[in-house]
Design a binder for this molecule. Sequence first.
Ligand SMILES: CC(C)(COP(=O)(O)OP(=O)(O)OC[C@H]1O[C@@H](n2cnc3c(N)ncnc32)[C@H](O)[C@@H]1OP(=O)(O)O)[C@@H](O)C(=O)NCCC(=O)NCCS
Length: 202
Amino acid sequence: MKATNAVTLPDGTTVGIRLADQADRDALLAGFERLSPTSRFRRFFTGIPYLSDQMVDRLTAIDQHHHVAVGVFDPTRPSDIDRPDGLGVGVGRYIVSDRDQSRAEFAVAVIDEYQGHGIGTLLLQALVLIAHQRGIETFTADVLAENHGMISVLHRFGATRVHLGSDPTELSYELAIADATAALEDHPNHPALTELADQLPT
Ligand SMILES: CC(C)(COP(=O)(O)OP(=O)(O)OC[C@H]1O[C@@H](n2cnc3c(N)ncnc32)[C@H](O)[C@@H]1OP(=O)(O)O)[C@@H](O)C(=O)NCCC(=O)NCCS
């Protein structure tokens, strides 16, 4: 298992963040169980009550290059799956576009009990720094128009809305990695997140 780095949330609590890998199948399933139907819908755009095997395969096909994922853990709560990191509270990932290696689509999910404490922001910060190190220039994300939490996070990172489809319930955003990285330079969690990015294989 990868090393966990300690980071501090705005409310002063400490959480662990580490790179996720293919062995995190059970952690992913346990986290999904802790997502409300609304959060599942906002993350997967469907009301599915469970993840299909095919979906889990896709979400755990983490190769640290094309598909990179990070997980956040609360070390003060026991893990649902008997692992030492503590309770899995959030996961973020990006998948590089097959057509254009400078672009990647990202997604994050934080279990409902832990939303609103800065974990979604933390996951995106980590993904931005990793993507920057990997030469990715742009993150893309599709977000439901009702998803004010995610839209607020995107705006904080300077993401801009792009007009792709005609469905008014689904919005597309783009985030410039260079600008987002520069804005993070003085952030208190910058050293720990840079250390995390440095753990990726070259
Ligand atoms: C969207 C999501 C990732 C945000 O994570 P989070 O840990 O709650 O986000 P943060 O605490 O870092 O900050 C979110 C911002 O949105 C606000 N916020 C958080 N949850 C919110 C909600 N349900 N409704 C409205 N605003 C919300 C926070 O107040 C904060 O805004 P502020 O900094 O202006 O005060 C999380 O709510 C989630 O996992 N939702 C379900 C899955 C999902 O929607 N994923 C996104 C698909 S790309």
